[in-house]
Design a protein around this ligand. Structure first.
Ligand code: C5P
Length: 218
């Protein structure tokens, strides 16, 4: 396909969601928040009490998700779940079920469908390695675990949610470990990806860099 795709992969709380959103806005492109798909599957599984070891049942659930995205909100069967899918429990469950091949397979075609004119910005873990291996531009956004924990801490406090720095560091490390060492679609920079360490950068500085790389491709 000739429709341009920019992939932005990276670990939890690297800022890739914010950066992807702003790059998409700047270019007038569509946005795929692939992590949200794993989170939606996790939320549905938690609500239905689906056995988290039942790969087949989870894949079926993923395949039959009724989801819709508007610019700001995410809906699951017409319910606005934008905040619900951001809960820590949902994120942790998402990271567990994301290790199951049948779940990833069930979400594969759904993700390809987001590639629509005039272009797509896709963020996640395997956008450049598995889903869009021929992307126009691939970016791997990273930051030290301390910088990421601090960002997460500030976000939670700003929302009035109590947070604990030690606990956040432990959670991030555990999730990094799961995402990096799983057998299928592990979190690694794609071949040809531009690596950007945002530990000491603002989101806007990262956006400027990504847009500069994209402009350089012409
Ligand atoms: O990015 P986010 O934190 O919303 O993703 C939630 C979880 O979904 C991640 O911890 C990861 O395990 C999984 N995920 C994935 N592949 C993607 C996006 C997210 O495995 N492309």
């Amino acid at each position: 396909s000739q429709i341009p795709v920019i992939t932005i992969d990276g670990p939890t709380a690297s800022g890739k969601g914010t950066v992807a959103q702003r790059v998409a806005d700047q270019l007038g492109y569509h946005l795929l928040d692939s992590g949200a798909l794993y989170r939606l599957t996790a939320l549905q599984a938690l609500r239905r009490g689906t056995d988290l070891a039942d790969e087949h049942a989870l894949a079926k659930l993923a395949e039959h998700l009724h989801i819709s995205f508007t610019g700001e909100a995410i809906f699951l069967s017409h319910e606005n779940v934008t905040d619900a899918i951001r809960a820590e429990e949902v994120g942790n469950t998402a990271s567990k079920i994301a290790a199951l091949p049948a779940v990833r397979q069930a979400l594969f075609a759904l993700q390809l469908g987001f590639r629509k004119a005039p272009g797509l910005v896709a963020d996640g873990r395997d956008m450049g390695t598995v889903i869009f291996p021929h992307a126009t531009l691939k970016v791997f956004l990273t930051a030290s675990v301390e910088a990421r924990a601090e960002r997460r801490y500030k976000q939670l406090i700003a929302k009035g949610i109590p947070a604990n720095m030690e606990g956040l560091l432990m959670d991030l490390k555990a999730r990094d470990d799961r995402d990096t060492h799983r057998a299928i679609a592990p979190l690694v920079p794609a071949e040809g990806a531009h690596v950007l360490d945002t530990s000491t950068m603002t989101a806007d500085e990262a956006v400027v860099q990504v847009l500069a790389w994209y402009a350089a491709i012409g």
